[in-house]
Design a protein around this ligand. Structure first.
Ligand SMILES: [Fe+2]
Length: 295
């Protein structure tokens, strides 16, 4: 029986992302889950305010950060994992299927220098792998569907589920990114919902449901099974897939999609600088059929 971790949540309203500090009370060793790197797209400007808040709390409390755990390669915010690593020496971990994500996006951005063996990360976790955070035991559970590489990190009766489930009144994550699969997402969610009812689930995002005026990011397996608007008990795989695919067809592209993917598949690093010393991100231009030359 593993001890219960201390958990501190950090909400970034500009990307609706929740990052976590997870601490082993016995040894004061800590992991950061899904840290956000602030990025102002119109200016191309990077800032570390969000990550610095996490580092400051760890410093103040005497917690030593030894790991940065990514639930997946995010498509809506840039990762501050390498910044946290540079400041603390922490190792960066992600699911082994990040290689599949790298293989999908390397040709999309014509990133000839991108390695697709996952070696931009320090640890590649396989499904069911267990590792120590001080005296805590963390289990990596492969929960694909939103992307091929999604992991849930379970520590006893606590699970950090990334983008699989959202609050029960909001539902589930989209499954329409390249490599996403609504059927796989349903199976991953059912795997999570087979954990004991009192398992506490910590989410990576909250967008407030229509009838709610506060942000929330903690729920339980029991609540999801009773009340999830997308996957409560009794919703079949086919019903879920039909709902998910119909809904995904209506969703806008996240505003940081292209920058996020390019940086996050490199372990949170920007591409190397051009000859003028400036780092650039790429926008693949799509020209609609029927538009003649001259563009
Ligand atoms: Fe995501």
């Amino acid at each position: 029986m593993t001890a219960t971790p201390i958990i501190e949540a950090f909400f970034d309203e500009s990307t609706n992302t929740i990052s976590y500090l997870v601490i082993d009370p016995a040894t004061r060793l800590a992991a950061v889950i899904d840290p956000v790197l602030d990025f102002d797209l119109p200016n191309g400007e990077v800032d570390t305010g969000s990550a610095d808040r996490i580092l400051a709390m760890a410093e103040e409390k005497g917690w030593r950060i030894t790991m940065v755990l990514e639930t997946h390669a995010h498509a809506d915010h840039l990762s501050a994992a390498p910044y946290i690593k540079a400041k603390t020496g922490a190792q960066i971990g992600i699911g082994e299927h990040i290689r599949d994500v790298q293989k999908i996006f390397r040709p999309v951005f014509a990133f000839d220098d991108l390695k697709t063996d996952g070696s931009d990360f320090d640890r590649l976790f396989v499904d069911g792998e267990r590792f120590a955070l001080g005296t805590l035991e963390v289990e990596a559970m492969h929960t694909p569907g939103h992307t091929p590489a999604d992991l849930t990190y379970r520590i006893g009766d606590v699970a950090f589920v990334g983008d699989t489930l959202f609050m029960p009144d909001y539902g589930s994550a989209r499954a329409d990114f390249p490599g996403g699969d609504a059927r796989q997402l349903y199976r991953s969610i059912r795997k999570l919902l087979s954990l004991p009812d009192d398992t506490r689930l910590f989410l990576c995002h909250d967008y407030k449901a229509p009838d709610r005026d506060d942000y929330r990011w903690e729920t339980t397996v029991g609540e999801q099974r009773r009340a999830s608007v997308h996957v409560h008990d009794g919703v079949s795989e086919d019903e879920f897939v039909a709902m998910r695919e119909a809904r995904d067809a209506t969703l806008a592209v996240p505003k940081l999609l292209l920058p996020s993917i390019q940086v996050n598949i490199r372990g949170g690093r920007f591409p190397a600088a051009d000859a003028n010393g400036v780092r650039f991100l790429r926008i693949p231009v799509k020209i609609k059929d029927g538009i003649e030359q001259g563009i």
